[in-house]
Design a protein around this ligand. Structure first.
Ligand code: ZN
Length: 450
C-alpha cells in the first residue's frame, strides 16, 4: 500500500523560527512534514495518494505550545478548593475534556507543570495511546515543596502530599521522592523554589525557601536519569540559585536583580514568565470579585519585571510562552494566546518573535527541540491553517473561529463535535453562602430597609 500524502497549498508560511512569512506549500506524510516551499509537491512520489488543502489567503504556522498549564486543576478559585475538593478519577475525566479545549485553541502541545494526584501523567499516556484526542504533553508530578514554601502557606501539612504538592525536608526525602516520580513516568521534576512568607509585608513578593545545596541535589538526582528540572521562582534569590544549581527551565523568574540576571544569562536557562494569570487578574479581576489591592500587586509583578526579562532575552536567553491555564482566572482554552500578546505589548517583542517563543522555543518544554515547533522538513506535522495576520496582529490567535484547520501529528483535529462548556459535580466547588459579608452597612449602602 502506498503512503498517503497531504499537500497544504498556497498559504503564507510562518515557519516558527521568527523569519518573515513566505509563500509556499507544505507536504505532509504520516506524522511528519516532508517538504516545504514552492516546489514541495515535487517530493511526493509518483502515483501516491495526495489530499489537497487549499490555504490561499491563510497563514500556515506551527501548532502553538503553552509551556505552563495545570490541566488537572479544573479552574479552582482558591487553594482551599484545589486541595480539598478534588477526586482523582473525576479530576482525570475532567482533564480529558479540558485538554481538548486547549487543542481547539490552536495549542497542539503543552507542559503540565504539576498536577493533583498523577493525573497529568495518565492523561499524557491516554492521549499518546489514542484513547482520546488532545494536545501533545509533557508532565511533571507533584511539585517538591518544603512546607514553608509555595503559595499555599499554612494549608500545607508538615509531611505528605496535598493537592499538587509533595512536602520534602531532608536530602533523603528529596532523593526518594524524585526516584518515585521518575518511576511513575514524569518528564520533568518541578520544585517550588520560592514561596509566600508566612508573615507578609516585610519582604516584597515571595522568598527563596531552598538552599543552593538542596537545589543542586535535586538536579544531580534527576539528571542522573536524564530528567530535567524546572523551578517556580518568583523572587531574585530563587531564580539566581536555581540557575546556578543547573535547573533546565524556570517558571516566572520575576523580580530578578543583577545577580539573578547574570546567573540566568550565564546558564542560558529558558524562562517562562507566565504573565497571563497576573494580567487577567489585574485587567479583569473586578469581573470576578477580586480584591483591588491584589489587582495592583499582580500588575506590578509585570511592570517590575519586564525590563530584566527583556534584558535576558536580548542576551540570548530563550523566553517561552506559558499562560498558567487551569485556574478560575485562566480557564483552559480561553487565554493561552494572551501570553503572546503580553510578550508583544509589555516585553516589546515583534509578533514573529512572540510566535517563535510559542513554537520553536516552546519545544524545549516538550523536550522535542529540533523536531517540534517549526514548519520544516522532518518536523512533526503540528500545523495551524489560520485566517488572519498574526505576524502583525498577534492577538488574533485568540480567535478560535479563525482556525480553518488544526492539524496534530499529521491528522486533522475534530473541532466540530461540541464540548461541554461547564459542568456541575458534587462537592467540586467550594460552596459559598455569599460572595460578600452581609453587614448592616452594606444593606444600608444599597438603600434597603433594615
Ligand atoms: Zn503554575
Amino acid at each position: 500500500m502506498s503512503e498517503s500524502y497531504t499537500l497544504i497549498q498556497n498559504g503564507l508560511i510562518i515557519d516558527g523560527t521568527g523569519s518573515d512569512p513566505f509563500l509556499g506549500d507544505v507536504l505532509l506524510s504520516g506524522q511528519r512534514i516532508v517538504d516545504v516551499g514552492i516546489e514541495a509537491s515535487a517530493s511526493c512520489p509518483e502515483g501516491a495518494v495526495v489530499n489537497h488543502i487549499d490555504a490561499s489567503g491563510c497563514r500556515v504556522l506551527p501548532g502553538m505550545i503553552d509551556s505552563h498549564c495545570h490541566i488537572s486543576f479544573d479552574h479552582p478559585n482558591s487553594n482551599d478548593e484545589l486541595f480539598f475538593h478534588r477526586r482523582e478519577g473525576l479530576a482525570a475525566l475532567v482533564a480529558g475534556v479540558n485538554a481538548q479545549k486547549v487543542l481547539r485553541a490552536g495549542f497542539t502541545s503543552f507542559f503540565d507543570a504539576d498536577s493533583v494526584f498523577d493525573v497529568a501523567i495518565d492523561l499524557r499516556d491516554a492521549i499518546e495511546g489514542g484513547v482520546l484526542q488532545g494536545p501533545r504533553m509533557t508532565s511533571g508530578g507533584n511539585v517538591l515543596i518544603n512546607c514553608v514554601g509555595g503559595t499555599a502557606a499554612r494549608l500545607l501539612p508538615d509531611e505528605g502530599t496535598r493537592g499538587y504538592a509533595r512536602i520534602v525536608h531532608t536530602p533523603d526525602q528529596i532523593i526518594s521522592e524524585i526516584h518515585k516520580q521518575i518511576k511513575a513516568g514524569v518528564d520533568w521534576i518541578k520544585v517550588h523554589v520560592s514561596g509566600l512568607p508566612i508573615r507578609p509585608g516585610k519582604h516584597k513578593g515571595e522568598i527563596c525557601t531552598w538552599t543552593l545545596d538542596e537545589l543542586k541535589l535535586v538536579c544531580d538526582t534527576a539528571h542522573q536519569f536524564g530528567i530535567p528540572v524546572v523551578g517556580h521562582c518568583r523572587d531574585s534569590t530563587s531564580t539566581r540559585d536555581a540557575a546556578a544549581a543547573g535547573f533546565d527551565m524556570i517558571l516566572h523568574a520575576t523580580y530578578m536583580d543583577d545577580e539573578a540576571l547574570t546567573a540566568v544569562v550565564d546558564h542560558k536557562v529558558p524562562l517562562v514568565p507566565t504573565f497571563t494569570f497576573q494580567a487577567n487578574l489585574a485587567d479583569f479581576g473586578a469581573a470576578i470579585g477580586s480584591d483591588e489591592s491584589l489587582r495592583e500587586v499582580f500588575r506590578a509583578e509585570i511592570t517590575d519585571s519586564v525590563n530584566t526579562l527583556r534584558a535576558a532575552f536580548d542576551a540570548g536567553v530563550p523566553l517561552l510562552t506559558g499562560s498558567e491555564s487551569g485556574f478560575s482566572l485562566t480557564p483552559c482554552g480561553d487565554w493561552h494566546y494572551r501570553e503572546l500578546q503580553i510578550f508583544v505589548e509589555d516585553l516589546g517583542m515583534s509578533p514573529l518573535q512572540a510566535i517563535n517563543s510559542a513554537t520553536e522555543q516552546g519545544a524545549r518544554a516538550l523536550r522535542m527541540e529540533g523536531e517540534l515547533g517549526c514548519i520544516k522538513p522532518n518536523y512533526l506535522a503540528d500545523i495551524l491553517i489560520f485566517d488572519g495576520e498574526p505576524e502583525t496582529h498577534v492577538a488574533q490567535l485568540g480567535d478560535a473561529d479563525r482556525f480553518r484547520h488544526i492539524i496534530k501529528d499529521g491528522q486533522l483535529v475534530d473541532t466540530s463535535t461540541p464540548l461541554p462548556k461547564q459542568w456541575h459535580l458534587p462537592g467540586w466547588r467550594v460552596s459559598e453562602y455569599s460572595e460578600k459579608i452581609l453587614t448592616k452597612e452594606l444593606v444600608q449602602s444599597m438603600g434597603l430597609n433594615l
